[in-house]
Design a protein around this ligand. Structure first.
Ligand SMILES: Nc1ncnc2c1ncn2[C@@H]1O[C@H](COP(=O)(O)OP(=O)(O)OP(=O)(O)O)[C@@H](O)[C@H]1O
Length: 652
């Protein structure tokens, strides 16, 4: 390998020097030395993800060489043959070939590429030609061969200079190379053959079955014919051109089936649908396959991106917007830039524009389905409704189009918001799943319409309903709304229970909770605790403010907000509540209220605070104590078969 000595730059002559007392000795120029082994180690361990990239680099050089030859002669043959034997591997192309001078300049100079001009521009003239013809650009690709072999042999004949001799170049991983002129018969036609003898530890990468698999993976979409030949002369065709989505088929159904097969072979799933992708500005074509099963949005997308047919990445999640996690794509593009390892895409403005444009395409497919194939849309939504909801939150048009299809959990069952709003002009939103579970049956019995807003995205989406369906009112479920819709009890019963209710208010008032007596179904439920998140936060804040002092208490105090108090609704239809309302024993009433409150509290399934656990404990002990006292008293009277509740009911 050669390291180019840098000529003195014009700046060296013009550079101004600072005044110094004695003349300085003239600086001596030196040249960087390159330790090729160190460089190969860097590439193999830090740039490339696996030794297998050697084949990609060889295929890519062959493709570029054919492209360069086609610039000279569009009729020239374009074929690549990989010979995979037990002891060596070679890649032969019918490309432009190299003269001896080319070999010194391009092949043997690290970082030099015929695909850029001397200033490093990609749109160089001459052999390089237009950038858009080539995949390579960095001038390091051939080094990937040293990851699997210690020596590379290149036998080449130039098409650009037909009378130039056949050249054999042997490069070694220690940095030395030799050049030999060979007779014309050694390579009768223009083109290049690169041969490697793998090191013992890398032999697995050049075995014929591995080579076929790698060639299919990297080169399955190459536009020139690629064939792998084994020791016995058996030929395996690697690619069929054009790409599956660009071929002509007898019918739309035949095309559809072919793409389904392609998806199965590539991603191992049967797609729900396929979306054609085309962005002529960057020469991109391809297809997005819709996943038949839901995936967590955080899962990496794994799109396959080819540049000019050559696979660059099979994990390119930056190709589509994050929300499009329900598709997997295969695309082939002209105008995207690979990174130097050629295992990812360079994150430039073009990639950002491509991502946006592909996002629009996928969104259009989605919105178009509602008109073209409602049954498919239905299936899609039942699998991917979370993805669609995530998307619809930020996309008004999509929300408008898909709202009629999105399912929500409501007091009418699993229905769409549109359907729900037809029967409930006021839509109440429970903010947590627990709140919904607890309140929904009672609210439904009272004729209220409640949507479970406890799931990700649902609350936000329901609140946007009035924008799309004017006249519908959406409001968060709060305790007073529910209580207002439950049947009130008749004034005489309310009066009779007044003493009991006063004690109850005293007991639960300490927990910032009001008490109401109502009749509601199911009658088996003695009490309902209506509470919401804001009210709870407000209470926690107030508690903290009370227990802190100084500045902290002032800060917490200034955050005070008007939040609805919790409400304990006692059910007058419930026999236990009626009985509790009729007893006059103050301590037993207190224990009963604490127990009713505690039970309603447990049904909310939220974590209990220390004071609430203490209340539950207290009421349990008090009731137990009371039951045993009652039992003893009954024993004395010789009426030991009455249950404790019965006893308690009789005390007055
Ligand atoms: N099969 C080939 N036929 C003709 N020229 C070749 C062939 N393989 C390599 N070369 C020449 O050797 C140069 C260096 O190749 P190398 O693979 O190291 O880098 P590159 O292809 O230019 O860029 P990259 O590092 O991006 O792959 C190429 O620019 C090309 O001029």
């Amino acid at each position: 390998m050669r390291v180019t000595r840098l000529p003195p730059g014009p700046d060296d002559r013009d550079r101004k020097s600072f005044p110094v007392s004695s003349p300085q000795p003239a600086p001596t120029a030196h040249t960087f030395q390159v330790d090729l082994r160190g460089l190969v180690d860097l590439l193999s361990h830090h740039l490339y993800s696996s030794p297998k990239v050697y084949l990609r680099e060889l295929l890519q050089n062959a493709v570029d060489a054919i492209s360069a030859r086609h610039r000279l002669d569009p009729q020239a043959p374009g074929a690549i043959t990989v010979q995979a034997g037990d002891r060596s591997l070679s890649v032969t192309d019918t490309g432009v070939g190299l003269t001896e001078a080319d070999v010194h300049t391009f092949l043997a100079t690290i970082g030099r590429s015929s695909k850029r001009d001397a200033e490093g521009r990609l749109d160089a003239a001459g052999l390089a030609g237009a950038r858009s013809d080539f995949i390579g650009q960095f001038g390091i690709g051939l080094l990937a061969c040293f990851v699997v072999a210690d020596e590379i042999t290149v036998l080449t004949r130039s098409a650009a200079t037909p009378d130039a001799p056949v050249i054999e170049w042997r490069g070694s991983s220690d940095g030395r190379y030799t050049i030999t002129t060979r007779p014309g018969s050694a390579k009768p036609e223009p083109g290049t053959t690169v041969t490697l003898v793998p090191r013992a530890d890398a032999a697995q990468w050049t075995r014929v079955d591995q080579v076929i698999e790698l060639a299919r993976n990297y080169g399955g979409l190459l536009r020139h014919e690629v064939t792998v030949v084994d020791d016995r002369g058996e030929r395996t065709r690697i690619n069929e051109t054009p790409a599956p989505w660009a071929r002509a088929y007898g019918s739309p159904l035949a095309r559809r089936q072919a793409l389904v097969e392609h998806c199965k072979a590539t991603f191992d799933f049967t797609p729900l649908d396929t979306i054609d992708l085309q962005l002529p500005l960057v020469g991109l074509t391809g297809v997005a396959y819709v996943l038949p099963e839901a995936v967590p949005p955080s899962r990496r997308a794994g799109h396959r991106v080819h540049l000019k047919g050559m696979l660059v990445s099979d994990q390119a999640d930056e190709l589509l917007p994050e929300w499009a996690f329900f598709v997997r794509c295969v695309v082939d593009a002209e105008g995207l830039r690979p990174t130097a390892s050629r295992e990812g895409l360079y994150a430039d403005e073009t990639l950002a524009a491509v991502r946006d444009a592909l996002g629009v395409r996928i969104r259009d497919w989605l919105t178009g389905l509602s008109a073209s194939d409602p049954a498919l849309l239905h299936r899609f939504i039942s699998v991917h409704h979370l993805a669609v909801k995530a998307l619809a939150r930020y996309d008004d048009e999509l929300l408008r189009m898909l709202l009629p299809w999105l399912p929500f959990e409501t007091t009418d069952g699993n229905v769409t918001l549109d359907e729900f709003a037809r029967t409930h002009r006021t839509v109440l939103v429970a903010q947590t799943v627990e709140e919904f579970r607890q309140v929904a049956p009672i609210a439904a019995a009272a004729g209220l319409g409640v949507v479970n807003g406890g799931y990700t995205y649902d609350r936000d989406l329901v609140h946007r309903l009035p924008e799309l369906r004017p006249g519908v009112l959406v409001t968060d479920l709060d305790p007073t709304t529910v209580t207002a819709h439950l049947d009130s009890v008749d004034p005489a019963a309310e009066l009779a229970a007044a003493g009991f209710l006063n004690v109850a208010r005293e007991v639960v008032g300490r927990f910032d909770c009001d008490v109401a007596l109502r009749s509601f179904h199911p009658a088996s439920a003695p009490a309902l605790l209506l509470d919401n998140r804001e009210a709870r936060h407000e209470r926690t804040r107030a508690e903290l403010a009370d227990s802190s002092d100084g500045l902290w208490a002032d800060i917490l105090g200034s955050l005070r907000a008007e939040a609805p108090r919790a409400q304990l609704v006692l059910n007058h239809l419930n026999p236990l509540v009626r009985r509790a309302a009729s007893i006059g024993h103050r301590e037993l009433v207190i224990a009963a209220v604490e127990a009713l409150y505690g039970q309603a509290l447990l049904l909310t399934r939220r974590p209990l605070r220390a004071s609430e656990s203490a209340l539950l404990n207290r009421s349990f002990i008090a009731l137990l104590d009371h039951a045993m006292l009652g039992h003893e008293a009954a024993g004395h009277e010789g009426a030991g078969h009455d249950g404790p509740g019965h006893q308690a009911g009789r005390e007055s």
